[in-house]
Design a protein around this ligand. Sequence first.
Ligand code: SAH
Length: 371
Amino acid sequence: MNGNSAFEAKIMEMKEQKKISLELLDYILHSATEEERETLYRIARETSQAVFGKNVYLRGLIEFTNYCRNDCFYCGIRAGNRNVSRYRLSPEEILQCCDKGAELGFRTFVLQGGEDPYYSDDRICEIVRAIKKKHPDHAITLSIGEKSYESYKRYFEAGAERYLLRHETANEEHYALLHPASLSGAHRKQCLRDLKKIGYQVGCGIMVGTPHQTTEHIYEDILFMQDLMPHMIGIGPFLAHKDTPFRDEPDGSAEETISLLAILRILFPKVLLPATTALGTADSLGREKGILAGANVIMPNLSPSNVRDKYLLYDGKICTGEEAAECNSCLRARMAKIGYTVVDVRGDHPDFSSAETAGNNVTKPTEEGIS
Ligand code: SAH
């Protein structure tokens, strides 16, 4: 590209038109200079600050089961992995995690797990209702995989308001290279549309750098997202797990992930965009860099410390030896260090939230970047 100002003009054009070309995407991910990447991050940061200020939302992640009936080629808790010590949290244990989270100031609980048939719809609804009863001002997010429309509807009626289901890749052929034949990309996309129709705040997303992923795939992912218009987008680098078919595959890059976060922020100014634990694993300052490139959500772990090292989707996962309180204070300090404030609000998508619940005025949006 012809100097940084030409690059900046391209990014501003992308911001105005809410469109990116395959060419520009490829250039940003693979050829941009450090100076150009900094320009991209600054524009993404300004875009985020115009909507959210310098506020960061927390989501307390409760990994309540590592049983899974699926055999996704990348995932450490896949059914075929005999080396996993399997666990399930009881409803009481899950509630205790929520109590702890509420005490620490979290206003969202994310219940994530493998696709574990033990948790029937009745059990899930019971757990959701129990949490809602005790913590009525808190948002509940589910991330428990592909279910029927009816099941999703029941969870919603029980009180779950948000659902995370990364589409993993929008390209069907690529999807088939990452998953067993029993799973299809088409069904996963249908689930996302069902969730949206029911009224959930919906999160899709991908891993960056999965085996066989091309820039064209990421371009298709962006087009899919522009069609779905999710409320959240979860992305993180692919990280190999030693007990999976992808054990010898190279890890995804933190830098590419951060650049993609910035692109997504510019294309989706209001979307909830986490700087993920996988990004913090790939680069020890990954979450900070993600926030400074436009992300606005962090998902600290609320799972009991005795099960944390059993929910290993990938090798090297950070924070597996810590208590919830430690993760909480560590993350708040990390955010303060880069000039951001963790706000103890539900942090709904701007289109879903009233002024009080969004807490968007806790820190006034600013025009200037971070030095
Ligand atoms: N069973 C739920 C939750 C899956 S775990 C579901 O199907 O949605 C949440 C996310 O972790 C996955 O969607 C995937 O994108 C990510 N993940 C799984 N294995 C990973 C790996 N090896 N490296 C990085 N991210 C991974």
